[in-house]
Design a protein around this ligand. Sequence first.
Ligand code: SF4
Ligand code: SF4
Length: 123
Amino acid sequence: MSRENSVVTSLAGRRKKNVTSDMQTDPTVHALMQCRGGCGACCIAPSISSAIPGMPGGKPAGVRCIQLTVDNRCAIFGDPRRPPVCSSLRANIEMCGNEASVDATRVHAMRVLVELERRTGHG
Ligand code: SF4
Ligand code: SF4
């Protein structure tokens, strides 16, 4: 299993168990990495079934979250209305990559997350 396949499998497992953690920016987590501000891939690629302010039915895979700002940041970060699932995925090298630019980070993460959706049947 490739490293990327491995992380996809791991993420899929976490998703099924609904384990909570933190997406979009907890710099201390998992020795992983800090979320790269302005990426936004994990607010676009995955489907979210829980209600999001402005998207009461959640969002389909590949659709930009309504709370994602034009500069690709969460408009409701730290707000209790932010869905718990948004805290269920932390930035990590395997998902987010180790790219030099935010655009390359987004490309990497989109590829990994689209594959995750495909494997978990959410996409
Ligand atoms: S994919 Fe990674 S770097 Fe991009 S917004 Fe999500 S946690 Fe941050
Ligand atoms: S609510 Fe915020 S963290 Fe969750 S998908 Fe939307 S923009 Fe991303």
